[in-house]
Design a protein around this ligand. Structure first.
Ligand code: NAD
Ligand code: UDP
Length: 387
């Protein structure tokens, strides 16, 4: 870890203190790891959980012990939050309910978490003249313009009708009764509020729109390190099916398209934002990998192949099964059809490009899933021998 690090313009980077809210989650844990291993910065890690960063907090003899502190705080109702934001040079807000199964079944919690609970963070940053990096989502784009065109229309092939650009694409959500959009709408409103704080009160902000970042430690495996009935995001759902030798469930035929980016590539982009404020402030950034596009069905097929390779276990004769969204998620579910990020702005401002192919990122992620969970899943499913 060199303290003579330079930013993209050749200026030396001074060590800073970062208040990271939601540091105990999937993205937060990777960002904490990166900051501890490769930078001299300090992290005030705020979350209600710390299982995913425990390896960084202990033992107290670790080389970065002095540079990371965990604060078990629920930001909904804790007066210590403002003090931590004031102590820091930069606040990064990752805290959110962000699993689609919650958007239509717990819409109030989803809206409170993604909008109301983020308000004090924005306010404290603005009032104390502190920089803010806020995590939004690619879901603010909603559906593509192209999906409203006839299926056989050649206009569907025009990039303008499906590539999602920060400064030109509209945000297209379904009707209110499709409560899936509660999350996207709350994220959009907090983005607008942050943008307005920048315009009217000079808040220095950066907004990040992640496009399906995946990798180790994402979500949980139901019944092992999360609730048996819980429904995590697709990587963990499919990992769970593979670990249990069950068919992977394709919601509404698995026709939706996604681009997946490896968490370690995406964290490089966040570090560039942290260390290059002059290039990152005032911007909204798509962070994704446009080269890794697949339908959910293709993802299921690739994960099945990769898992066979890393586990040595043969694939099922019928590795996937179709399920309706109503049966899988319940009433009020809807979906984004296609998500290709325009990379122009992040390329121009930060020179960032993703590197890892979908096959490679699935290979390292499923190797981790197999190593971490296969034994526990086997134990949980083995029938006890009666005496
Ligand atoms: P995550 O659920 O793993 O992490 C969120 C963390 O926030 C959790 O550890 C949770 O305990 C914490 N948190 C939630 N409410 C809190 C509260 N009231 N007080 C304190 N801590 C609280 O999710 P993630 O994938 O790491 O996502 C982080 C951010 O990135 C979220 O804002 C999410 O909307 C956004 N995002 C992520 C992706 C992705 O691909 N992973 C995609 C789009 C958007
Ligand atoms: N999905 C699926 N089977 C599952 C879990 C998810 O077919 O077991 C689909 C889901 O309907 C969506 C896509 O996979 O089309 C990605 O879902 P994810 O939960 O990762 O979140 P999203 O990308 O929609 O935010």
């Amino acid at each position: 870890m060199a303290s003579s690090r330079a930013d993209l313009d050749g200026n030396s980077i001074k060590p800073m203190t970062i208040c990271m809210i939601g540091a105990g989650g999937f993205i937060g844990s990777h960002l904490c790891e990166k900051l501890m291993a490769e930078t001299p910065h300090k992290v005030l890690a705020v979350d209600v959980y710390n299982d995913k960063i425990n390896h960084l907090l202990e033992p107290s003899s670790s080389p970065w012990a002095e540079r990371i502190q965990f604060h078990r705080i629920n930001i909904k109702n804790d007066s210590r939050l403002e003090g931590l934001i004031r102590m820091a040079d930069l606040t990064i807000n990752l805290a959110a309910i962000c699993t689609p199964a919650d958007y239509n079944t717990r819409p109030l919690d989803t809206i409170y978490s993604n909008f109301i609970d983020a308000l004090p963070v924005v306010k404290y940053c603005s009032e104390n003249s502190k920089r803010l990096i806020h995590f939004s989502t690619c879901e603010v784009y909603g559906k593509t313009v192209g999906c409203f065109l006839p299926k056989d229309s050649p206009l569907r092939q025009e990039p303008a009708n499906y590539v999602l650009s920060e400064d030109t694409s509209p945000c297209i959500f379904g009707p209110i009764e499709k409560q899936r959009w509660s999350y996207a709408c709350a994220k959009q409103l907090i983005e607008r509020l942050i943008y307005a704080e920048g315009a009217e009160n000079g808040l220095e902000f950066t907004i990040v729109r992640p496009f399906n970042w995946i990798g180790p430690r994402m979500d949980f495996i139901p019944g092992i390190d999360g609730p048996s009935e819980g429904v995590p995001r697709v990587l963990a759902c499919f990992s769970n099916n593979l670990l249990r030798g069950e068919p992977l469930k394709l919601v509404d035929g698995g026709e939706s398209q996604r681009t997946f980016v490896y968490i370690k590539d995406a964290i490089e982009a966040v570090l560039l934002m942290i260390e290059n404020p002059a290039r990152a402030n005032g911007h909204i950034f798509n962070v994704g990998n446009p080269n890794n596009e697949v339908t959910v069905r293709q993802l299921a097929e690739m994960m099945t192949q990769v898992y066979t390779k890393v586990s040595g276990e043969p694939a099922l004769a019928s590795p996937t099964i179709d399920i309706s969204s109503k049966e899988f998620y319940g009433e009020g579910y809807d979906d984004s059809d296609k998500r290709i990020p325009d990379m122009t702005i992040i390329n121009r401002q930060l020179g960032w490009n993703p590197k890892t192919s979908l096959w490679d990122l699935l290979e390292s992620t499923l190797t981790y899933q197999h190593r971490t969970y296969a034994e526990a899943v086997k134990k949980s499913t083995s029938v006890p021998v009666s005496s």
